[in-house]
Design a protein around this ligand. Structure first.
Ligand code: FES
Ligand code: FES
Length: 172
């Protein structure tokens, strides 16, 4: 018989508790148990980024993480970033710049981009640059590098980068 366990975490500001098969991924907990289907299952193997969510301020592939490991964590999904009535600035920029075609990768792209902007603000280094806190501009190369874990089968990359660059503002 499957082993179950209780887990309680905060999703988009709401406390949720679930009793789950301990093998349930965070992605399946969100999609199947909490009916938050914005986070997408592309590969289910950590290779596409469609399932990207923000946990305790850091982006992770929810398909690679067991839900029961997230006791007490604060989790943000695309549903928590914005709504059709109140788009997050990144969502508005993706619309403006046509940062998607089929849209399947988009929630993951936007959650990832949100974390990228926070990483840049916090001076977290990438392979492209050591420290951006003093840099006058965030380059497209920098954004491409930081967004490289998010695959888009439609190839909307240049529009995605334009959208993120716009939100990065004077720094992109
Ligand atoms: Fe998680 Fe592809 S579904 S990385
Ligand atoms: Fe279709 Fe990215 S918009 S996979």
């Amino acid at each position: 018989a499957p082993v179950t366990a209780k887990v309680a975490f905060t999703v988009n500001g709401e406390k949720r508790s679930l009793t789950l098969d301990t093998r349930t991924t965070l992605l399946d907990a969100l999609r199947e148990h909490l009916k938050l289907t914005g986070s997408k299952k592309g590969c289910d193997h950590g290779q596409c980024g469609a399932c990207t969510v923000i946990v305790e301020g850091r982006r992770i592939n929810a398909c690679l993480s067991l839900a029961v490991m997230h006791e007490g964590d604060a989790i943000t999904t695309i549903e928590g970033l914005g709504s059709p009535e109140r788009l997050h600035p990144l969502q508005a920029a993706f619309v403006k710049h046509d940062g998607y075609q089929c849209g399947y990768c988009t929630p993951g792209q936007i959650c990832s981009a949100k974390a990228v902007l926070d990483e840049i603000k916090a001076g977290v280094p990438s392979h492209v640059s050591a420290d951006l806190t003093a840099a006058p501009k965030v380059t497209e190369d920098e954004l491409r590098e930081r967004m490289s874990g998010n695959i888009c089968r439609c190839g909307a990359y240049s529009n995605i980068i334009e959208a993120i660059a716009e939100v990065a503002g004077g720094r992109a």
